[in-house]
Design a protein around this ligand. Structure first.
Ligand code: F6R
Length: 244
């Protein structure tokens, strides 16, 4: 795994945005895998700036998001569809039909998950997958467990994830208890993966991802098996990692 050190969140965001912009320039119709949350927010702000000030075009870019809360309609202000529209899609020239986010209201998550994975294959596979990492080591909403789950599916959110994400809701009770999450097969099937981490709250998860054994209790540790992963992390997130 290539590790790029940033001083702070803003520098991490700038470096990540340049990485993604380079992918878009090299392959204007690339398929980007995207995540939501605090971590990529600044990266999306930078990409919007590249579009508005430097003319970076997303006209032919296609996207597929890694997760969505189960039970939230797209119109809910905490849905990940809403997050993506507000924080990226509505501010760039991407074609709405080229953006894909799991449907949080699907009545048949099993079939839906299979179709989501098939769609990714049909679109030629993910060229660049952007990920954050949970403080418990999750990627997408693949939570710590006894085994790595390959398929996109309905998942139960871990207690720590519910507590972490309560900051976006009025109260912890309002955080959905389940989500549709892309599985490890589609994530690891990506040609290139860019994972971001910022802040001391991620330091333990980053250390375990990089130095620990590959263990389903630390879902991000599976990235050790992928040949083309870049981690851009700030100093606080890397504070527990042994210098090479
Ligand atoms: C969100 C996602 C999650 C987040 C992770 C970190 O789409 O896939 O895995 O990346 O929970 O969240 P933040 O960035 O809010 O700390």
């Amino acid at each position: 795994m290539l590790i790029i050190v940033a001083q702070d969140y803003d520098e991490m965001s700038r470096k990540a945005a340049r990485f993604i912009a380079a992918q878009v320039l090299l392959k204007p119709n690339c398929l980007l895998g995207l995540a939501t949350g605090s971590t990529p927010f600044g990266t999306y702000q930078e990409l919007i700036r590249f579009h508005q000030e430097d003319g970076l075009s997303f006209q032919n870019v296609r996207t597929v998001n890694v997760d969505e809360y189960y039970g939230l309609p797209a119109s809910h202000e905490q849905s990940y569809r809403h997050f993506m529209q507000e924080n990226l899609f509505d501010q760039i020239d991407i074609q709405p039909g080229n953006t894909h986010i799991p449907d949080g209201l699907t009545r048949d998550p099993q079939t839906y998950g299979e179709e989501y994975d098939e769609l990714i294959v049909a679109m030629g596979g993910i060229d660049l997958q952007l990920l954050g990492i949970g403080s418990n080591g999750h990627i997408a909403f693949n939570e710590p467990g006894r085994y790595f789950s390959a398929q996109t599916r309905l998942v139960d959110l871990n207690k720590l994830t519910i507590e972490d994400n309560a900051r976006f809701f009025e109260s912890e009770d309002e955080v959905p208890r389940q989500a549709i999450s892309m599985g490890m097969k589609s994530i690891l099937g990506s040609k290139r993966i860019l994972i971001l981490a910022s802040g001391a709250g991620k330091a333990e998860a980053v250390r375990e991802m990089l130095e620990g054994p590959i263990d389903p209790m630390v879902p991000a540790s599976i990235l050790q098996l992928h040949p083309n992963v870049t981690l851009i992390a700030d100093k606080d997130a890397l504070s527990l990692v042994q210098p090479a």
